[in-house]
Write a protein that binds this ligand. Structure first.
Ligand SMILES: NC(=O)c1ccc[n+]([C@@H]2O[C@H](COP(=O)([O-])OP(=O)(O)OC[C@H]3O[C@@H](n4cnc5c(N)ncnc54)[C@H](O)[C@@H]3O)[C@@H](O)[C@H]2O)c1
Length: 339
């Protein structure tokens, strides 16, 4: 039994990754402080997979507790999702972001050293690149984040690089996610943001289901084909699968890697809305507003390194992402707690 500690395992990407881990013979052990999720999400994973799933309410900054959990379950690896992720919020309260994301990861790595757990998969982000010098972004693009959230992700990447160079840890996978959307095809689990969604897709879905009157689109005068921002959306199940492939790579080829995880295609806000309308059969009214300070017009990934190193490529397209997002949203109009 290959036990894997999944921090932030009750969150959006964490729940989907637990499902994929169980399907591939790993045993996830979840740690979450539920600051942005609820235990109900883990109950859904249990129901969906028909597996007992061990979970602990704990903060990754509690080094002693995490050490104890790692030792108790004899974990061979850690997949680290726990952290805060809203760009705008990080500008308003940077210290909270440095605490959760940088101090949290430092604490977790210290616990791993103490417990002798040597494999680490880290959720990084395309925000580490900043304003594009060229597109698609490759992993060798300059790293120049434009907000505190991105700075915290880059700080952790640098901490990991130094740790690997010191010989303290060898098996490290830094996964730079682009824009995960969609949900498990069952509609049992999905993204359930607390409060007003920060990301486009959950906002679109909440408008479609009648929870919000209209979508605010920030800027329609960008230098893009329809004037709205362009991003590289990928299906959360494709993203989850990449974490399992990273663990499988450690088995056959130890070492440190950094890979982009995206489809390699850009989609504009208006294209996404129209694909969602087609999938849901619902109209999504739009209000256009001014650009948001710090937003980048367009970016997408070169995912070829993920294919070369992990054998990973995105399998789902935009229509699949919208269909599965709608399955989740329409079956759970108020998210997990009030479904
Ligand atoms: N969703 C995205 O668009 C995206 C893109 C790039 C990178 N990422 C990164 O991927 C990771 C997972 O993202 P997500 O979308 O699943 O977010 P999420 O908020 O749904 O999940 C994060 C989980 O971590 C938990 N958590 C937060 N701080 C914690 C702490 N100190 N101790 C223990 N648990 C804590 C939260 O309660 C939540 O369940 C994050 O690190 C995020 O920065 C996400």
């Amino acid at each position: 039994m290959k036990q894997v500690l999944v921090t932030g395992g009750a969150g959006y990407i964490g729940t989907h990754t637990c499902v994929e881990l169980l399907a591939r013979g790993y045993t996830p052990v979840v740690v979450d402080n539920f600051v942005n999720s609820s235990p109900a999400a883990l109950d859904r994973v249990r129901r969906l997979t028909n597996h007992e799933l061990r979970s602990y309410e704990a903060d990754v900054r509690d080094t002693a507790r995490i050490t104890e959990i790692l030792k108790k379950h004899d974990c061979e690896a850690v997949i680290h999702f726990a952290g805060l992720k809203a760009v705008g919020d990080s500008v308003a309260r940077p210290l909270d972001y440095y605490s959760a994301n940088v101090i949290g990861t430092h604490s977790l790595l210290s616990a791993m050293m103490e417990a002798g757990t040597g494999r680490f998969v880290f959720s990084s982000s395309a925000t580490v690149y900043g304003e594009p010098e060229f597109l698609p972004y490759t992993e060798s693009h300059r790293l120049s984040p434009t907000n505190p959230y991105g700075q915290t992700k880059l700080s952790v990447e640098l901490m990991l690089k130094d740790l690997v160079e010191s010989g303290g840890m060898t098996d490290v996978a830094i996964l730079r996610y682009f824009n995960p959307i969609g949900a498990h095809a069952s509609g049992e689990i999905g993204e359930d943001p607390h409060g007003v969604p920060n990301n486009l897709m959950p906002f679109v879905a909440q408008v479609a289901v009648g929870r919000r009157p209209a979508l605010n689109v920030f800027g329609n005068d960008y230098d893009t084909p329809d004037g709205t921002g362009v991003r590289d959306y990928l299906h959360v199940v494709d993203l989850a699968r990449a974490h399992v492939l990273a663990l499988e790579r450690f088995e056959r080829e130890p070492g440190a890697i950094t890979v982009n995880l995206g489809t390699g295609h850009g989609t504009s806000v208006l294209e996404l809305v129209s694909a969602f309308e087609a999938a849901s059969g619902r109209k999504v009214p739009i209000n256009f507003g001014p650009r948001r300070c710090g937003d980048i017009a367009a970016f997408w990934a070169d995912p070829s390194q993920a294919e070369a190193l992990l054998g990973w490529r995105a399998e789902y397209g935009l229509a699949d992402m919208c269909r599965d997002q709608w399955a989740w949203q329409s079956q759970n109009p108020n998210g997990f707690e009030l479904a």
